[in-house]
Design a protein. Structure first.
Length: 94
């Protein structure tokens, strides 16, 4: 009986996360996690609560601003050349 009680009380500890319970980061956050230049830029200008972490809404605001900065021909997408150019501009100004 005691063993059953101990096992039952340990069950929540042994529970594994299910795919439904795992939170995936928003795509905007992934952009900044992959590039330290963009992450530093985003934290400098879009980390509203200054906790040195980008919340999903802060990351989305930064991604929108980066898209406007990088998309020189205003076609709605950022090409690799536009990305590199915008990144170089950020490096030269920050």
């Amino acid at each position: 009986m005691l063993a059953l009680l101990l096992f039952a009380s340990a069950a929540p500890v042994l529970a594994q996360a299910t795919p439904a319970s795992l939170k995936t980061p928003p795509p905007a956050l992934g952009l900044f996690e992959r590039d330290w230049v963009l992450m530093n830029w985003a934290l400098k200008y879009y980390d509203a609560n200054r906790d040195i972490l980008l919340q999903p809404d802060e990351a989305q605001a930064a991604a929108d601003a980066f898209r406007k900065l990088a998309d020189k021909d205003s076609d709605g997408r950022v090409t690799p050349q536009e990305y590199r150019s915008a990144r170089a501009d950020i490096l030269s100004h920050d």
